[in-house]
Structures are given as C-alpha cells and as structure tokens.
Design a binder for this molecule. Structure first.
Ligand code: ADP
Ligand code: MG
Length: 254
C-alpha cells in the first residue's frame, strides 16, 4: 500500500507534490512556576506531503503534544514558520486561523471528547455543519466515513452505547470529516487495549491514505510508529530520525 505514494525520501517524480505541513526552525518555550524558561521546541523542521504518514516518538515531556498544537495552529510558536496547505499560520488573523483549524486540520486526541448527547453520525456531521456544509452533504459524508471505518451499523448510537475503540474510531471519522489537509493524532490509541489499538491504526492509516491527508501521529508504541512512512524522534527540542530500531518502511533502503 505504501508503494502507491512516493515517500519523502523516495525518488520523487518530476512534478513535486507540495507538502501539506511545513515547519521550519520552530521554537517554543514555557515559563514554569519558578520562573525558569523551558525550551520545549528548539528548531523543529518537518515536511509532510499529502497521503504521507509520519510518526513522532519521544519521552514523556519531550514536547510532542506541544509540537502538534503548534502544527495545528492551536498554539503559537515563539519563532520559526509553520505552513498548512501553503498558508503561513503566523500571518493569519484570528478569523482565518479559526477557519484553517476548522477546515484544514483534523485533531485526534487520546481521549475522544465526543459529544455525549449526539449520535455517532451527528458527531461526524458536527464539524461540517460548523464549517458551513449543507446538512444533506454533511450527512452523506458522515455516512461514508462511518462506512469506511466499519461503523455504519452504529450510526445512530450515542457514545455511551459504543465501546472505547468504537468511540475512538468515530473521533477519527470526525477529525477527517472536513477532508483536512493535516491530520494530527496525539496518542490516539493510548487508552485502548493492544488489539483494538492496532485496528484503530489500520483504519487511521488506510483512511488517511485514501483521503490524501498528511498525518503526524504521536505514539509511544514503537511497533505502531514503525508502520508510518517515516519515524522521527523528538529529542532535545528537535526532530531527528528515530534510527534503525524503529524505522518506517520508507527508510528500509537508506
Ligand atoms: P509530551 O506530549 O511529549 O509529553 P508536552 O508537549 O505535553 O510533552 O510538554 C512538554 C513540556 O512542556 C513538559 O515539560 C510540560 O510540562 C511543559 N508544558 C506543556 N504545556 C505547558 C504550559 N502550558 N505551560 C508550562 N509548561 C508546559
Ligand atoms: Mg503529550
């Protein structure tokens, strides 16, 4: 399946596909309670092309969630540049930023945050309605996605009537509902058992590939990380190649 799409390091055809996510020299620090500054991101460079999947590993506290927040315009970088779909985040006004977040970025978190009083179908329709999609179109898209993730028969179930893995799959469908250029997943299977987690990743990879979303997946599971096109480690505030023990399929020949 991965051979269908050129990875970043494979010989690209003459027509280069523009990356959906670009980060250049991104820096971000926090000031802790005692007044000391913690440099979490210290010159992060990253490019992710449509349909490409990059996993990011790293110790707890190394800045993985911070990185996703900065890539998805949920948080500002102190320095450096982030582009999503060719648009420079720092130069967008609040309204344009909100629109970019809503239409071009999909987030999947460890805990799904589905709306409890709404059905699976309605949860997947919601971001589309917020983005201004007509109800009929939103419904068709939600039905299509629920079908793709194997939950067509659960469309009218509310979150409490779904298993944890099913809820997380609905959250993935919701994140993909507006056909985002960038899908940012922060330990999406962190609270699932290994088998359910593997199914979730199967689905995440397949749907991302089909939809052409550029995915950055943060995970502590090295086996799952290695299924992405590239595996990077966030270390010392920078993204570095994860090395041979967890190399993605695209790195096999390097
Ligand atoms: P990871 O996701 O890799 O575990 P995070 O990005 O959540 O790491 O956090 C990186 C570091 O930044 C941690 O030391 C964390 O405590 C600190 N941090 C994260 N968010 C804030 C914040 N809003 N204010 C101060 N420190 C923060
Ligand atoms: Mg985190």
């Amino acid at each position: 399946m991965s051979s269908a799409f050129p990875s970043a390091d494979a010989a690209l055809p003459a027509v280069e596909v523009a990356p959906s996510i670009v980060a250049r020299g991104v820096r971000k620090s926090y000031v802790g309670g005692d007044g000391t500054r913690l440099q979490v991101l210290d010159g992060v460079d990253l490019e992710v092309r449509p349909g490409e999947m990059v996993s990011v590993i790293g110790q707890s506290g190394s800045g993985k969630s911070t990185l996703l927040h900065v890539l998805g315009a949920l948080d500002h970088a102190d320095a450096g540049e982030v582009f999503v779909g060719g648009r420079k985040i720092a130069s967008l006004r609040e309204e344009a930023l909100a629109e970019l977040r809503s239409r071009n970025v999909g987030f999947v978190f460890q805990f799904h945050h589905l709306l409890r009083e709404f059905t699976a179908l309605e949860n997947v329709m919601m971001p589309q309605l917020i983005a201004g999609t007509a109800e009929g179109d939103a419904r068709r898209r939600a039905e299509e996605l629920l079908g793709q993730i194997g939950l067509a028969a659960r469309a009218t179930h509310k979150p409490a009537q779904l298993s944890g893995g099913e809820q997380q799959r609905v959250a993935v469908a919701r994140a993909l509902a507006n056909r985002p250029l960038a899908l940012l997943a922060d330990e999406p299977s962190g609270n699932l058992d290994p088998e359910t987690s593997e199914k979730l990743h199967d689905m995440l990879f397949a749907v991302c590939r089909e939809e052409g979303a550029a995915m950055v997946l943060v995970t502590h599971d090295l086996g799952l990380a290695a299924r992405a096109d590239r595996v990077l480690r966030l270390h010392g505030g920078q993204l570095v190649s994860a090395g041979p023990e967890v190399s993605g399929p695209a790195q096999a020949g390097e």
